[in-house]
Design a protein around this ligand. Structure first.
Ligand code: ADP
Length: 442
C-alpha cells in the first residue's frame, strides 16, 4: 500500500515536471532551429549579393576566384552562357554526372518557381545588367536540400548565368546534434527528477505512515485493554444467574469495579483522541499554582499513608506570581504523577512535591525513592500504552497517564521530563511559562 502510493506519487510528480520540461525544450528547439535556418539563409543571401556585385565588373571570370569561393564557402558553382554550361567541365576535375543532374534539377526548380518556359533562358525582365534570386530546393535524385542562388549578368549580347548551390547537410547535422544533446539532457534531467521525487515523496510520506502505524497500534491497544474488564463483567454477569444472594453481591462488586476501570480507560482515550483532533480545550487563567499543589497534596496524603509512604510538599518562601494555566488540567497532571509515584514506590518510601519560580518560569516536580525507571524506558514512558516492565504494573495502570500529562503540558507550551532521583527512584519535572495571555486554546 505504502509502496504503491510512493510509486504513484513519484510517477505523478516526475511526469508533470518532465512534461513541462519537454514542452519547454520543444519550444526552445523549434525557435532555435528556425533561427539557425534563417541565419544560414540570410548569410547565403548576403554571399549571393556579394558574388553578384563582384561578378558584374569582371570581364573574365577567373577560375581561381571561383574555386576559392567554392572551397571557402562549401558552395557548388555552375556557369551557363546563353543557357549552355560554360567552364563547367573545367571546374570539376572529372566529368561528374551527379553534378550535371544537380544543375539540371536546380534549373528546373528555378524555372518552376519563377514560371518561365524551357525555351526562355531567363525569368527576369529587369532593365539592369545584373540581377539575382535565391530559393530553397530539394534534389529529387539525392533527396538533399540546397539553398540555390541564380545570378544573371548581361554581357554584350550574351547572358551569363551563375548558379550557386549550398548543400544543407551541414545545417541538418547541426540541428540533429542539437536534438540529440537535448534528448540526452532531458533524459538525464528526468532521471534526476525521478530520483529526487522518490526521495522527497518518501520523506513526505514517512510521518503520515508513522502516524497511521501509531493509530493502528493505539486502536489495537485500546481494544486489548477494554477486552479484559469486559470479559470479567460478562463472566461475572453469567455467574450471577444461579448463585446465592451473598455470592451475587461479590460478582456485582466485580462488575462495578471493572465497569469503573472501563470508564476510566474510556475517559483517558477520549482525552487523547480529543488532543489528536485538536479538540482538547483548555481554559488558561492566572491561578495560584502553590494552592493547586497544596490541594493535590491533601487529596493524596491519605492514599500515601495507606502505603506508609511519607508525602511532603516544599513551596517557595516568597510569594510567587499567578501562573497562567488551566487549573483542572494541571491538577490532572499532578494527580497522574502522584498516583504513579505512590504506585511505583514501595512501603515506607518517600515522595516529595516541590515548587519553584525563576525567570518567568514555574517549575514543579514529584520526586520518589521508588523502583526508578531504566534509561532505555525514559523516553518511551510518554508513549501511549507504554508500560515499563508490564508485569510490575497493577491492573489500574493502562500506560496512558503520562501521555495525557504530556499532551496537557504541551498545550500549555511547557515541558515534562524524567530523571533519576538519588540514590534511587525518579523525579518528574514540569515547567510552565509565565505571563501567558488570558485566552483559551483549542
Ligand atoms: P501507567 O498507567 O501504566 O502508570 P503511565 O503512562 O502513567 O502509565 O506510566 C507509564 C510507565 O512509566 C508505567 O507503566 C511505569 O512503568 C513507568 N512509570 C511512571 N511513573 C513512574 C514512577 N514514578 N516510578 C517508576 N516508574 C514509573
Amino acid at each position: 500500500m505504502y509502496k504503491k502510493v510512493h510509486l504513484r506519487l513519484t510517477i505523478l510528480s516526475t511526469g508533470i515536471t518532465a512534461a513541462i520540461m519537454i514542452i519547454m525544450s520543444l519550444i526552445y528547439l523549434y525557435i532555435s532551429e528556425k533561427n539557425l535556418y534563417q541565419n544560414q539563409y540570410n548569410s547565403f543571401k548576403n554571399d549571393i549579393n556579394t558574388i553578384s556585385t563582384n561578378l558584374e565588373p569582371q570581364s573574365v571570370i577567373t577560375m581561381e576566384w571561383l574555386s576559392r569561393m567554392e572551397t571557402q564557402n562549401n558552395y557548388l558553382f555552375f556557369i551557363l552562357d546563353n543557357g549552355t554550361p560554360f567552364l563547367y567541365n573545367q571546374l570539376s576535375n572529372t566529368h561528374d554526372i551527379s553534378k550535371e543532374k544537380l544543375l539540371q534539377e536546380s534549373m528546373d526548380s528555378y524555372r518552376e518557381m519563377f514560371s518561365f518556359s524551357d525555351t526562355e533562358t531567363s525569368a527576369f525582365s529587369s532593365p539592369y545588367l545584373s540581377r539575382h534570386v535565391q530559393f530553397q530546393f530539394t534534389s529529387k535524385s539525392t533527396n538533399e536540400n540546397y539553398f540555390c542562388g541564380v545570378i544573371e549578368i548581361e554581357k554584350s549580347s550574351s547572358l551569363l548565368q551563375v548558379i550557386i548551390l549550398s548543400p544543407l547537410h551541414q545545417l541538418k547535422k547541426q540541428i540533429f546534434d542539437q536534438r540529440i544533446r537535448f534528448i540526452a539532457i532531458d533524459g538525464a534531467a528526468i532521471f534526476l527528477l525521478a530520483l529526487f521525487s522518490w526521495v522527497f515523496t518518501g520523506k513526505l510520506l514517512k510521518p503520515i505512515i508513522e502516524n497511521q502505524k501509531k493509530q493502528i497500534q493505539f486502536v489495537a491497544s485500546a481494544s486489548h485493554e477494554l477486552r479484559t474488564p469486559l470479559a470479567v463483567i460478562l463472566s461475572s454477569a453469567e455467574c450471577c444467574k444461579n448463585v446465592s444472594a451473598e455470592e451475587q453481591a461479590g460478582f456485582i462488586k466485580n462488575i462495578c469495579q471493572e465497569g469503573l476501570r472501563m470508564s476510566t480507560l474510556i475517559n483517558d482515550l477520549l482525552t487523547l483522541s480529543g488532543s489528536d483532533n485538536h479538540q482538547f480545550s483548555i481554559q488558561i487563567k492566572p491561578a495560584e499554582l502553590d494552592t493547586l499543589l497544596i490541594n493535590s497534596y491533601e487529596a493524596f496524603e491519605p492514599l500515601a499513608k495507606e502505603k506508609s509512604i511519607t508525602l511532603s510538599l516544599e513551596l517557595p518562601e516568597n510569594t510567587i506570581p499567578l501562573c497562567p494555566m488551566d487549573g483542572n488540567r494541571i491538577s490532572q497532571v499532578v494527580s497522574i504523577l502522584l498516583h504513579n509515584a505512590i504506585s511505583y514506590t514501595p512501603k515506607s518510601g518517600k515522595i516529595q512535591i516541590s515548587l519553584s519560580y525563576k525567570k518567568n518560569f514555574f517549575k514543579f516536580s514529584v520526586k520518589d525513592n521508588g523502583i526508578g525507571i531504566p534509561d532505555q524506558d525514559k523516553k518511551k514512558i510518554f508513549d501511549r500504552f507504554y508500560r515499563a516492565e508490564k508485569s510490575r504494573s497493577t491492573k489500574d495502570h493502562f500506560g496512558l497517564g503520562l501521555s495525557i500529562a504530556y499532551e496537557i503540558i504541551a498545550s500549555h507550551h511547557g515541558t515534562i521530563s524524567v530523571t533519576d532521583a538519588s540514590p534511587s527512584g525518579s523525579v518528574f519535572t514540569v515547567t510552565l511559562p509565565g505571563k501567558h495571555s488570558e485566552k483559551s486554546f483549542l
